[in-house]
Design a protein around this ligand. Structure first.
Ligand code: NAG
Ligand code: NAG
Ligand code: NAG
Ligand code: NAG
Length: 339
């Protein structure tokens, strides 16, 4: 069953990993930026939040995973609770939806909300006048309606945090679809995790630290520790996307800079914590690992999609045979979005 916050710590070659939360199953979706705002399955299975700390340097990162698909939970990851058991994440160029099954207890969801508040940029819902969430988790319109609400808020926060909101700027020329960005995000997160706690590739000369922690910072983390910025990962994803554009359409493509880009001081004030991100040398250090990591992640994803399709066919066949034998439709099955 569910466990949470037991802080089981494991030590690896150059860092530690502490499990902060886990639950046996949940579903992760991509809310794509394409015209149809496609909802695409990214993972079904074991959910985990864990904290990784470097042994030698005062840097850490928290990461979420669903069945081996990873994404960063950082002080500039924007999180919002869409319904009782459904959360949304905004990362630069990506929107994710995370949904837990109906048997998941309220207390657990509240614990998770607490964790997201501590480690992410959590947008507290206040507009419901204490009546709870408007939509049920399995409401067919949940994604559409809550996205209308969440996306503008998330975009504003991301902009304030110095990130470019909305779809990736490297998609302008029709390359780099959102689904591939999600896969790359997962692969790059894993590369950084490995470089930080396992292989020790990540060195002090590879990152910069800015900002100050508030006096009442989480005791478990410590005053001196720097939280990761989402840029610790997105710098690698962006490198892959710009490389794609350079190979496909040549050097003529100019990366557009956001004219309203907030000054670093303003951003740091908004974040309010000490954060670290990779510098150019850091990105260069990991570059040779990115290609193979993305390749592996893509293959894993293709295998999973085959599995999901097969399961779906199986379910449909079962339904069809149930219809012919009993004549009673599986009225409540397949209504929600939880497959
Ligand atoms: C959310 O959970 C609370 C407490 O379990 C319940 O009273 C409420 O009806 C739920 N809201 C929706 C929209 O399902
Ligand atoms: C990005 O590029 C792909 C083609 O590679 C295209 O299909 C897609 O619609 C574009 N937009 C988004 C938001 O992904
Ligand atoms: C951020 O850190 C870098 C490298 O340590 C330093 O050069 C820069 O001045 C710092 N910026 C701020 C605003 O503290
Ligand atoms: C089974 O019957 C229900 C209605 O009774 C229908 O909605 C559903 O599509 C049917 N399933 C299949 C696979 O034919």
């Amino acid at each position: 069953m569910a466990t949470s916050s037991e802080n089981k710590m494991k030590i690896f070659g150059s860092g530690s990993l502490s499990e902060l939360f886990c639950f046996r199953t949940c579903t992760l979706f991509l809310m794509d930026y394409d015209q149809n705002q496609t909802i695409r399955l990214l993972g079904i299975g074991h959910f985990m939040v864990y904290l990784m700390m470097h042994i030698f340097y005062p840097i850490m990162i928290t990461v979420c995973s669903v069945d081996g698909f990873h994404w960063p939970l950082t002080k500039d990851t924007v999180i919002f609770r869409m319904a009782n058991r459904t959360f949304a994440f905004a990362l630069p160029g990506l929107l994710y939806g995370l949904q837990f099954p109906p048997y998941c207890e309220d207390s657990l969801m509240d614990a998770l909300e607490g964790l997201f508040t501590n480690f992410g940029h959590y947008i507290k819902v206040t507009g419901n006048k204490g009546l709870g969430f408007v939509l049920k988790d399995d409401d067919p319109l949940l994604w559409y309606r809550m996205r209308l609400r969440f996306e503008p808020m998330a975009n504003e926060v991301l902009r304030e945090l110095g990130q470019m909101p909305g779809k990736s700027c490297f998609n302008d020329s029709g390359h780099n679809p959102g689904y591939l960005r999600a896969i790359r995000m997962s692969a790059c997160t894993k590369v950084l995790e490995d470089g930080m706690i396992n292989s020790g590739i990540l060195r002090q000369s590879h990152y910069t630290v800015n900002g100050t922690n508030p006096p009442n910072v989480n005791e478990f983390i410590g005053q001196y520790m720097a939280y990761a910025s989402v840029n610790a990962i997105t710098c690698m994803v962006d490198t892959l996307e710009s490389a794609e554009i350079l190979t496909r359409i040549g050097l003529g493509y100019l990366i557009k800079n956001d004219v309203n880009e907030a000054s670093l001081e303003t951003v740091l004030k908004k974040i309010g914590f000490k954060i670290w991100k990779l510098n150019e040398l850091g990105v260069a250090t990991f570059t040779h690992k990115l290609g193979p990591a993305v390749q592996e992640e893509t293959e894993t994803m293709m295998e999973k999609e085959e599995k999901w399709k097969a399961k779906d066919r199986e379910r449909k066949n079962k339904e069809a045979s149930a219809n012919t034998t009993s004549g009673v439709g599986p009225s409540d099955k397949g209504k929600g979005l939880m497959p």
